[in-house]
Design a protein around this ligand. Structure first.
Ligand SMILES: [Fe+2]
Length: 144
């Protein structure tokens, strides 16, 4: 798997809890990418894929709680995108009989579901939380 699928600083949102989880997702993916298709067992792969799928759910749920906490206006759309990613992931994986095929599909999934999602959707959470913080700062400045 090319290096371009590794975590990059530009994916950082500046929201620590979410950034850490995104990093961890990339780490799990990296472990799958590094599996040697010839010598790894399907059981080994199944285990990591299970871990990835579970962690993805936990992460989405935490991210949704964060969006709720800042009253993010596009929460419902974002939640729907998360559900679609989970379905897309499960569908792609369950239709791939070999480790090599799963690794190939995974590249596509990572690009679509992880990287593109972070840079095009999760970034909106960051922008909104920044805007909100600015409003709060402006408001408290008015009080001075
Ligand atoms: Fe998200």
């Amino acid at each position: 798997m090319p290096h371009s699928f590794a975590w990059r600083e530009e994916y950082r949102l500046g929201i620590n809890s979410i950034d850490q989880q995104h990093r961890h997702l990339f780490e799990i993916v990296e472990r799958i990418a590094k599996l040697d298709a010839a010598s790894s067992s399907k059981e080994e792969l199944r285990q990591i894929l299970g871990e990835l799928s579970q962690y993805m759910r936990e992460h989405f749920s935490d991210e949704e709680s964060y969006m709720e906490s800042i009253q993010f206006p596009e929460l419902e759309q974002h939640r729907k995108i998360h559900q679609d990613i989970i379905e897309f992931f499960n569908h792609s994986i369950s239709n791939s009989p070999t480790i090599a095929m799963i690794q190939t599909k995974l590249k596509f999934i990572i690009k679509k579901a992880l990287i593109e999602h972070i840079v095009s959707e999760d970034i909106k959470i960051k922008l909104y939380s920044m805007k909100k913080k600015e409003l709060v700062d402006d408001y408290s400045m008015d009080l001075d």
